[in-house]
Design a protein around this ligand. Structure first.
Ligand SMILES: *Cc1c(COP(=O)(O)O)cnc(C)c1O
Length: 365
């Protein structure tokens, strides 16, 4: 007996890793720091009582799409819903990319865009952000004109840098993408933190889709729910590609229930922003280089430039942040998610203690 051979183009692929460790304070995956309100859990429990478990769910997720459309001032036919925005991205790439087609990203950015590109057999091309992680319209034009990608990704606010793309940049990207007959995907997983959105630009003859998720600001990473907004004709194409009944009844109910708690979400965003500014200022005080963030996480480089050692020092103090120190373009950097005020205070004192300990050990005695 033998082992069947994995697809040639996947054999060398590394899986997507976001290491979890058993620590007290987890600030590594950009989740919301606290659970949704108790009234939300009660509403979901009540909805569970009336689910017809022996029947397939509403295949079109009709009510959920209608309510999401309402939230954004669009029509239900302009909404596609899936198991997290990762499944949204996968469906977009299965529909518009695939073998023989190209997908463009601007690095450093969300790793899943290139990862899923490879999974669907498409070819990735990578443009670059500047050293300060801003992105130039000229770089977008260059990459799009050279590669004529079927799909081009922007991510605003960008993970892992926290940078927000100005509306003019989105317009420049749209123009470039349209000129090669491509599609622009703007990943707005952290869109609630940003007063501007590419959603304003959506229209039947605009090659633009915008993805959002319940995983971050909605405090529902456990539910695996995300959605995409775009032209109705394009959403209809995605509906042909996604597996039938992919969105289970429980998840549809949870997604609906959440939409009754928009005010709580808005409050959460405001308190995270206040904490983010406190944490950023304190890290700068400690001598870290801190990049401005329009999101619920902050990218920073410790004063000694040794993100790996600082990450380990934080883990030793039971704090987990994302170790991005060896990612291309992120030399020595770490990314910390904004947690509860107590989490953040614990992080800041562990960071101070770690930097002290590392400075002592490097001082010749
Ligand atoms: C966290 C994140 C997502 C979320 O993916 P889900 O599958 O919805 O949990 C998508 N895009 C970016 C840029 C993210 O940071």
């Amino acid at each position: 007996m033998g082992r069947p051979t994995v697809r040639d183009d996947l054999r060398a692929l590394e899986g997507y890793h976001s290491p979890q460790l058993d620590v007290t304070v987890r600030l590594n995956t950009n989740e919301a720091p606290a659970a949704p309100p108790a009234a939300f859990s009660a509403a979901v429990a009540a909805a569970a009582e009336s689910i017809e478990w022996h029947r397939y769910p509403d295949r079109g997720a009709t009510e959920l799409r209608r309510r999401i459309a309402e939230l954004h001032g669009l029509d239900a036919s302009q909404v596609f819903v899936a198991n997290g925005s990762n499944e949204v991205i996968q469906t977009v790439l299965l529909t518009f990319a695939g073998p023989g087609r190209t997908v463009a990203t601007f690095e450093p950015t969300y790793a899943l865009h290139q990862h899923i590109t490879r999974l669907v057999g498409a070819t990735g091309v990578e443009g670059r952000r500047n050293d300060d992680f801003t992105l130039d319209a000229d770089e977008i034009r260059r990459v799009v004109a050279e590669a004529a990608p079927a799909v081009t990704f922007l991510c605003s606010p960008n993970n892992p840098t926290g940078m927000v793309d100005a509306p003019e940049l989105v317009d420049a990207a749209l123009e470039a993408v349209d000129a090669v007959g491509g599609l622009l995907v703007v990943d707005e997983a952290y869109g609630q933190f940003n007063p501007t959105s590419a959603i304003d630009r959506i229209g039947d003859d605009v090659p633009l889709v915008v993805s959002r998720t319940y995983s971050k600001t909605w405090a529902m990473a456990g539910a695996r729910l995300g959605y995409l907004l775009g032209p109705a004709w394009l959403i209809a194409e995605l509906d042909k590609v996604v597996l039938p009944y992919h969105l289970d009844a429980m998840k549809q109910a949870a997604g609906l229930a959440a939409l009754d708690f928009v005010d709580d979400m808005d409050e959460r965003v405001a308190s995270i922003v206040a904490e983010r500014d406190r944490v950023s200022a304190a890290m700068a005080e400690l001598g870290c280089h801190v990049w401005p963030s329009g999101s619920n996480f902050v990218l920073f480089r410790p004063p000694n430039g040794d993100g790996g050692a600082v990450w380990q020092g934080l883990v030793d103090r039971s704090i987990l942040v994302r170790n991005t120190a060896s990612w291309p373009g992120l030399d020595g950097c770490l990314r910390v998610t904004i947690g509860t005020p107590d989490d953040n205070t614990a992080f800041l004192s562990a960071l101070a203690a770690t930097l002290d300990a590392l400075a002592d050990s490097s001082t010749p005695s």
